[in-house]
Ligand binder design. Structure first.
Ligand code: MG
Length: 158
């Protein structure tokens, strides 16, 4: 059996926050604001995985009203998502994700993000792709108000 999933997430950029994408800390004057570490890429990937398995979304598994998830490392949450998937016999076939950000230049960090995501999903690097694009100065990512991420995945089980 094969199932497709998609995920989408947005976080606002704010002063005094670390910028963490795919578990990589990126030097920048601002970071993403959120209850957890606000790793918008990992959040989109988790929602794609949960969606493909028909297991809801990260909001229901890790509510931002729960103090347990304050400042949470999103890769640790991805580990929990993988436990849920494995408990139901799902394996990740591939993940493809796109970050929408005007600045900073993310190209030097994309490989590191894919490394982290692959390691935490227990798959080979060749099964994970992370891309980044600007939106040509348009909209909330273009103005630097925030960043967004899309992800799709395929899951398989016997
Ligand atoms: Mg989020």
């Amino acid at each position: 059996m094969t199932r497709i999933g998609q995920g989408y997430d947005v976080h606002r950029l704010a002063e005094g926050r670390k910028l963490i994408l795919g578990g990589v800390e990126i030097p920048y004057e601002r970071g993403l604001l959120g209850h957890s570490d606000a790793d918008v890429l990992t959040h989109a990937v988790m929602d794609a995985l949960l969606g493909a398995a028909a297991l809801g979304d990260i909001g229901c598994h890790f509510p931002d009203s729960d103090p347990a998830y304050a400042g949470a490392d999103s890769l640790a949450l991805l580990d929990q998502v993988m436990q849920l998937l494995h408990a139901e016999g799902w394996q990740v076939e591939n993940v493809d994700a796109t970050i929408l950000a005007q600045r900073p230049k993310l190209a030097p960090y994309l490989g590191g993000m894919a490394d982290h995501l692959a390691a935490h999903m227990g798959v080979e690097l060749g099964q994970v792709n992370v891309k980044a694009t600007t939106e040509e100065g348009l909209g909330f990512t273009g103005s630097g108000e925030g960043m967004a991420a899309y992800a799709v995945c395929l899951l398989t089980k016997e």
